[in-house]
Design a protein around this ligand. Structure first.
Ligand code: FES
Length: 120
């Protein structure tokens, strides 16, 4: 399945800056990686061809998600390793308690074969 640069965001993007993540070939379907920026630690996910980005911080009690959480590429969700909230990576919204606030998401695009995310 071809990789597409579909991004879902609850972040304003009018004055966005782009950050290079990696070549598309280095993030195949079902894979994820974590990047650190000045303001956020961000998880980049390949949900069976759809590239999505979400802050790597649980809205319940700040747990990291990418490296210890349960990423489900088919469902496009990640489960927090501490208390089990499941987040929809398309929206950042929790599907299960105890988290009830959304996590920030970021637009993802592909330019010249390189995955990029947009930040405000
Ligand atoms: S820290 Fe993630 S559910 Fe509690």
């Amino acid at each position: 399945m071809p990789t597409t640069g579909i991004g879902y965001s609850n972040a304003a993007s009018a004055l966005a800056s782009r950050i290079d993540i990696c070549p598309v070939s280095e993030l195949p379907p079902g894979d994820s990686r974590r990047v650190e920026t000045e303001d956020f630690d961000i998880g980049i996910f390949n949900c069976d061809g759809h590239l999505l980005a979400m802050e790597d911080r649980c809205s319940h009690d700040d747990s990291v998600l990418v490296e210890e959480g349960g990423f489900d590429a088919a469902a496009c969700t990640i489960e927090c390793p501490r208390h089990g909230s499941v987040f929809d990576l398309r929206t950042g919204r929790p599907i299960t308690l105890p988290a009830y606030e959304a996590v920030e998401t970021f637009p993802v695009l592909v330019e010249d074969g390189v995955i990029k995310i947009e930040l405000e």
